[in-house]
Each structure stands twice: as structure tokens, then as C-alpha cells.
Design a binder for this molecule. Structure first.
Ligand SMILES: Nc1nc2c(ncn2[C@@H]2O[C@H](COP(=O)(O)OP(=O)(O)O)[C@@H](O)[C@H]2O)c(=O)[nH]1
Ligand SMILES: [Mg+2]
Length: 273
């Protein structure tokens, strides 16, 4: 794509006025996804147009991609109505989702992975409990009864092991913390997301732990999931990051529990005089 064309498209995409707030804003976080981005956005856009009963926007949230992803994202925002672009300089999937959710004017914010591993027909059941006021947070689950999942035995074992750990150590109730298919009320996101420290892979788990601790209603939806082996995840590095995150939240929880049993500093002594 020539430079002039790119600049003309940038100006057009940026100058297009956002005149209405959609009900649902669906973020697609991307890092070096030149292969999948256009197909995914066009498929999602067509689905929203044809089969989704609520007004919706797609936000492409890119962090520092070094391939042709930014140019493709710009072209899509230029060509398709209701496609927004967000570009951040620092990496991190959680960072992209957080930035997108916190700058959205929609009532419900959602995100899905660009590989569309989750069948799109799950989008309406994902957001419906939030729109109807029955839930604050809604998540896709590959481990809930009724889900149908195609993925490698290694990925299945890692996912099951990690979720057991999170359940056991952090007391999380949902079965699958890391599925790339989530939605929440935007005002809840504005309250919750700024407190989530991790902005990478552990973001999802920390968000859910904080949501449950805040007493929010979390709806878990069994999904059909076909894993895309093309992955941006460095499994070893992500495992270390997730374990560090679990440790941070667990120690925070233990410290809170212990300090709740300590007498407050300066509190009057009780007991026999
Ligand atoms: N914005 C952004 N997106 C990312 C980053 N890393 C991964 N992603 C996106 O996160 C989604 C899930 O990544 P993927 O590699 O499919 O993870 P996997 O399905 O667990 O193997 C995809 O849409 C990626 O493009 C990042 O640093 N920034
Ligand atoms: Mg994937």
C-alpha cells in the first residue's frame, strides 16, 4: 500500500465522526496477525450485520505489531462502518483489552481472539445475560459441561491443570479463567479494570478473581472451541507469568486474612479489667 494512500485512509478513518454509542463493543486484540485479521473482522462484521439483534462496534486493538497488521487494520476501519482502531506502543493482550474497554462508550464491552476459535453463534448468549441485567460479567468456558473443544492434548492438560490450581489456591469458582471470549458491563469494567495489575496473559484470571471478590455475578457459558495452532503464546513464559500472578493474588489474600484477625492498632483492649 503506498504512503499517500495510507495517509488518506488514516485521515478518513480518524475524521469519521462517532455519532452514536453502540450497545456492544467487541474488541479484537491483535499482535502480528496480518494472516488472520482481515478474514476475522469481515466475518465478525457480517455476522453482526446479519444475525446480531443489537447495535455493535468492532474495536481492533493492536500493540506494537511489526508486520502489516496496522495497515490492514486501517484499511478495515476505512472500508467498514463501525470499526474502531486502537494502537498502543507496549505489548500485552490485557493492556489492549483494558485500553479498549476503558475508552468505550458502549454499554457492554466484550473481547474475542482474532482466530475466532469460539464459534460466533456464542456471541449473543454471551452478552444476553448482561443486557438483560442477570449478570455483570459473562465468560466463555471450554471446561464447563456442554462445551465442545478441539485442541491438542498438551493444551488441554495445561488448561485443566492451571484452572485447578487457580480454583484451589485462589478460590475462583468459574471453571475456565483463560478463554479468549469474555464480556462485561462497561460501568463494571470501569470500576474493576484499573485495579487489575497484570496487563498481559494473567489479566483474564486477575479480572475474574477481582470480580468474584467484589461479589459480582459471573455467568459461565459453555462454548464450541476449535483451537488455532498458530499462537502468539510462549507457553513457558506465560506459565511463569501466570504462576507469579497466582502467587501475588494468593499472598495478598493471606495477608488480608491475617490482618483481619489482628487487633487494630490503637484499638481499646477488650477482656477482663
Ligand atoms: N493487542 C495484543 N494482542 C495480543 C498480544 N499477544 C497476543 N495477542 C492476541 O491475543 C489473542 C490470543 O492470542 P493467541 O496467540 O491466539 O493465543 P492462544 O489462542 O492462547 O494460543 C490473539 O488475537 C492475538 O493476536 C499482544 O501483545 N497485544
Ligand atoms: Mg488462539
Amino acid at each position: 500500500m503506498c504512503g499517500f494512500h495510507l495517509v488518506r485512509m488514516s485521515i478518513a478513518a480518524l475524521a469519521r465522526p462517532i455519532t452514536w454509542a453502540p450497545l456492544v463493543d467487541i474488541t479484537i486484540p491483535v499482535y502480528n496477525e496480518e494472516r488472520d485479521l482481515a478474514t476475522a473482522v469481515r466475518r465478525l462484521h457480517a455476522y453482526l450485520h446479519r444475525d446480531f439483534p443489537f447495535s455493535a462496534r468492532i474495536t481492533i486493538a493492536d500493540n506494537a505489531s511489526t508486520d502489516r497488521t496496522p495497515a490492514q487494520a486501517l484499511r478495515l476501519a476505512f472500508e467498514l462502518p463501525d470499526v474502531r482502531l486502537l494502537r498502543l506502543n507496549e505489548k500485552g493482550k490485557g493492556r489492549a483489552v483494558a485500553a479498549s474497554w476503558l475508552t468505550s462508550d458502549a454499554m457492554v464491552v466484550a473481547y474475542m481472539d482474532v482466530d475466532l476459535s469460539t464459534d460466533l453463534t456464542a456471541l449473543l448468549p454471551l452478552v444476553a445475560p448482561i443486557i438483560s441485567g442477570l449478570s455483570d460479567v459473562s465468560i466463555g468456558s471450554r471446561l464447563a459441561p456442554g462445551s465442545r473443544v478441539v485442541r491438542s492434548a498438551k493444551r488441554e492438560a495445561i488448561s485443566r491443570g492451571y484452572n485447578l490450581l487457580v480454583r484451589f489456591v485462589l478460590g475462583l469458582h468459574v471453571k475456565d479463567a483463560q478463554c479468549g471470549f469474555k464480556a462485561m458491563r462497561a460501568d463494571v469494567a470501569r470500576r474493576l479494570v484499573p485495579g487489575v495489575e497484570n496487563r498481559s496473559w494473567f489479566f483474564d484470571t486477575e479480572l475474574l478473581v477481582r470480580a468474584e471478590r467484589a461479589g459480582l455475578r459471573v455467568h459461565e457459558l459453555p462454548v464450541d472451541w476449535i483451537d488455532d495452532p498458530d499462537s502468539r503464546v510462549d507457553i513457558a513464559a506465560a506459565a511463569v507469568e501466570n504462576l507469579q500472578g497466582v502467587w501475588r493474588l494468593a499472598t495478598g489474600r493471606w495477608i488480608e486474612a491475617v490482618s483481619a484477625h489482628l487487633p487494630a492498632h490503637g484499638a481499646p483492649k477488650t477482656g477482663p479489667a
